[in-house]
Design a binder for this molecule. Structure first.
Ligand SMILES: [Zn+2]
Length: 259
């Protein structure tokens, strides 16, 4: 905890961009993937299935894992942090695949790791995509999508980026554009010291942004990467920012008195 006055957005911050990770969704029951309590640690065979080299054999396991995640996300809905970000009207770059930013009402969302709420075609040059109706089990039909692509007949798969797969280039380009135009770049629920946060936050800073990490337990070294590190709960910090903005009636951080 810092003893100085905590950082709050000011009138100079007109282009706020968030970068979010699994920590923001942790209280939904989705958990985080890494760390001692993470999904990978609990189910090592699940981590194994996340390697692209195991496709298409791993498809049943992928449908089970990501279909379940989609079910949990839809049942729980967005957290106070997701809602505050949406009400701030800020674009979001996210590593999450749970669709909760869109569910909260965020309009511009760069999904760097894809979406567990969508199915795509395993055929690399086919652009078929469909929304899941997530249910139970390890078959695509159990999650409301056909097992084979209606366009080309290849198997379908969850639209989630696996290990050894490239990040979707359009989403990555959007993320870089957002980072470059931000004047306040806020990282929430991801360590901030690994890709993509470790590249995007410095990119934003190079282009003039103030960078902030909100993390209840900031990782070692984060104070060198960010202008401000708030060791606080994002579900309290972000709604407080949002109330502050809306108390002064503006759509950006126009608060000349620093109330
Ligand atoms: Zn296809």
């Amino acid at each position: 905890m810092s003893t100085a006055a905590p950082f709050v957005p000011g009138p100079e911050h007109r282009e706020v961009v968030f970068l979010t990770g699994s920590g923001l969704s942790a209280r939904t029951g989705l958990g985080t993937f890494r760390g001692p309590e993470g999904l990978w640690a609990l189910e090592p065979e699940t981590e194994q299935a996340m390697h692209a080299s195991l496709l298409p054999t791993s498809l049943p396991q992928l449908w089970a894992v990501w279909g379940r995640m989609a079910s949990i996300a839809l049942a729980h809905g967005p957290t106070p942090g997701h809602r505050a970000i949406a009400r701030l009207g800020a674009p979001v770059i996210t590593q999450n695949v749970d669709g909760l930013h869109q569910a909260a009402g965020s309009e511009v969302v760069a999904e760097l790791h894809g979406s567990a709420l969508h199915a795509v075609c395993l055929g690399r040059r086919c652009d078929w995509r469909a929304v899941l109706a997530p249910g139970e089990g390890s078959s695509p039909e159990g999650h409301g999508v056909p097992g084979h692509c209606p366009r080309c007949g290849e198997p379908t798969r969850p639209d989630v980026v696996l290990f050894d797969e490239q990040l979707p280039s359009a989403e990555l380009e959007l993320a870089m554009r957002l980072a470059q135009r931000a004047d306040l770049f806020v990282v929430v629920g991801t360590s901030g010291v690994v890709f993509p946060a470790a590249q995007l936050a410095p990119l934003a800073r190079e282009h003039g942004a103030t960078t902030v990490l909100v993390d209840i337990a900031p990782p070692h070294g984060s104070s060198e990467l960010f202008d401000h590190v708030l060791a606080e709960d994002a579900h309290e910090v972000l709604p407080a920012w949002e109330r502050r903005v809306h108390r002064v009636g503006g759509t950006s951080f126009l608060d000349p008195f620093g109330a």
